[in-house]
Design a protein. Structure first.
Length: 147
């Protein structure tokens, strides 16, 4: 009788294939989770920066606008200059169709800024601007539904 020690080539190939499939599934899951976390984090930062702009608009009696350029969201004054360093550089792209303006602490245009990353599964992926409030919500393809 032969005493074979070790593994065969077929056994090795099966193990390598299983490990490869598991790594691929893990990578896909990690990317989705990472995208979701980035969109939620960016949305919260946009909400914080625009709430600060709203507060400055009220206390300093200035008109401020929200400028959205893909991944750079900044607050500018009426002359187009950056205001008080209020900006964020997002990890994911955002877009808006309206000019969001604060005058006396109130938004003069009802609108939203939303993630353009598609369906990331994030709980919050848009910021809704109404006359007397700024809130985070979930974009349903048409509206930003505040949660």
């Amino acid at each position: 009788m032969m005493n074979n020690k070790g593994i065969t080539l077929i056994e090795l190939l099966v193990v390598v294939t299983i490990v490869g499939v598991l790594l691929t599934m893990g990578t896909i899951g990690y990317r989705r989770l990472s995208m979701k976390a980035n969109v939620e984090s960016d949305t919260r930062q946009i909400l914080a920066v625009t709430n600060m702009a709203r507060q400055y608009s009220f206390t300093r009696k200035v008109t401020l606008k929200v400028s959205v350029n893909e991944k750079v969201i900044k607050i500018i004054d009426t002359a187009g200059n950056d205001y008080e360093g209020l900006f964020i550089t997002a990890k994911t792209p955002f877009e808006t169709e309206e000019d969001i303006t604060f005058t006396g602490g109130f938004s003069t245009v009802t609108g939203m800024i939303r993630s353009s990353a598609g369906d990331s599964g994030a709980e919050y992926d848009c910021v809704l601007y109404e006359a007397n409030s700024v809130s985070a919500g979930k974009y349903d393809g048409e509206n930003c539904n505040v949660r």
